[in-house]
Design a protein around this ligand. Structure first.
Ligand SMILES: [Fe+2]
Length: 385
């Protein structure tokens, strides 16, 4: 028997050359725009100026907030919101990778709700936000279609999240021309973020037949196009931009699970790119679930693999092919840290409890220990090395 709800608001505009349409869409939502972006890429590529021009041509007043760091902190959101409030901003434009988009969404929420960013964190639901127009410049985050804004609490050294339907951008503009500017390394890491979204959404306990359509299509596209996208194929990058949006819709419905929950530690404490953290954990997390429940078998079969082991092997080979490090050890994690990692990971219950089985503290330690050993060790254990 099927039973599910599926809510996906927001307009999706997909196509090369659509970036200058931002002015028209933003002007339909407000008259004073805050343009939220990262510190360097947008300006150096010349794209930021094109965006500002498009907004001004549509008669919007524009305030630029080009200060979003990777893994934006609550303080950055607070600074952006204060600037926007002082200028009477009524629409927010997010431009960049996941970090600027998530910061733009959080700023929009704080502007509508008042108070400090920390007043509006999960488990509270964000029910009000200024309208956001999102233009992703990387092919992984999916933030342009999700109700999540993932931030860092710098005092607690933890990832925190704002969540609620009001955070879904009103317009997402996906212009594959901007992916020309991505270095291959960034295509690899953000691509693994999107792959994690797709696979985790499928095995999530909130997955539905409809969210699975998005998850499986995203996974198929990523598994067959990521290497050529990394090498620079424009067609493959366009497909990755499409797939990362599909995977975003999938997690917007079903949520992410263990790879995200366990990966946050690596980002916060080892400054590892979010996508690389997911990539390091994904094969181990898939194996953990596969050895306990049938969901990964079902996932593998839906993607035309003969067994879950074959799917795990494919994910490992893909990571090798696009230059993802093999193990947590190779990115600086020490063996003496593993216990603390597991204890800190318990903070991310939202993700951990969203999987088909909930691991114990000892099982989380075991997954981290396997991730520390690396993919090659996992494949040997599975008899596939
Ligand atoms: Fe992610």
């Amino acid at each position: 028997m099927m039973r599910f709800t599926f809510e996906q608001s927001g307009k999706i505009v997909f196509g090369r050359g659509t970036l200058p349409e931002v002015g028209r869409y933003a002007a339909s939502l407000g008259s004073r725009a805050l343009l939220v972006t990262g510190r360097s890429f947008a300006a150096s590529s010349g794209l930021l100026q094109r965006l500002v021009d498009s907004l001004r041509e549509a008669n919007l007043d524009v305030v630029v907030f080009p200060e979003v760091e990777p893994n934006p902190s609550l303080r950055t959101v607070e600074r952006g919101a204060r600037l926007a409030a002082s200028k009477g901003v009524d629409v927010v434009v997010g431009f960049g990778g996941g970090s600027p988009l998530d910061a733009a969404k959080a700023i929009a929420a704080v502007l509508a709700l008042g108070g400090a960013p920390s007043d509006h964190l999960y488990p509270k639901a964000v029910e009000k936000a200024l309208p956001v127009v999102a233009l992703p410049t990387t092919t992984g985050t999916g933030s342009e279609v999700t109700q999540y804004s993932v931030l860092v609490d710098p005092d607690a050294r933890k990832k925190v999240v704002m969540q609620g339907p009001a955070l879904v951008p009103r317009v997402a503009i996906l212009d594959a021309d901007v992916t020309d500017y991505m270095p291959g390394r960034l295509v690899a890491s953000t691509g693994f973020d999107a792959l994690s979204h797709a696979l985790e959404a499928f095995i999530s306990r909130r997955a539905s037949p409809l969210s699975n359509l998005f998850a499986l299509e995203a996974a198929r596209i990523i598994l067959s196009n990521l290497p050529s996208a990394v090498k620079g194929s424009r067609e493959a990058r366009e497909l990755m931009l499409y797939a990362s949006m599909l995977a975003g819709v999938a997690i917007n419905q079903a949520g992410s699970t263990l790879a995200h929950g366990l990966g946050y530690y690596l980002t916060v404490h080892h400054d590892l790119h979010h996508g690389v953290a997911n990539a390091l954990l994904l094969p181990h997390v898939l194996a953990f679930y596969a050895e306990r429940v049938g969901k990964v078998d079902e996932l593998a079969a839906s993607l035309n693999f003969r067994s879950w082991e074959e799917l795990v092997e494919r994910v490992c080979k893909l990571a090798d092919e696009v230059g993802i490090p093999d193990s947590a050890a190779s990115v600086g994690v020490t063996e003496s840290e593993l216990d603390r990692m597991a204890e800190e990971a318990m903070f991310y219950r939202r993700n951990i409890e969203n999987g088909p089985v909930i691991p114990s503290l000892d099982e989380i330690k075991q997954i981290y220990a396997e991730c520390y050993e690396g993919r090659r060790a996992l494949l040997r254990r599975l008899g596939r090395a």
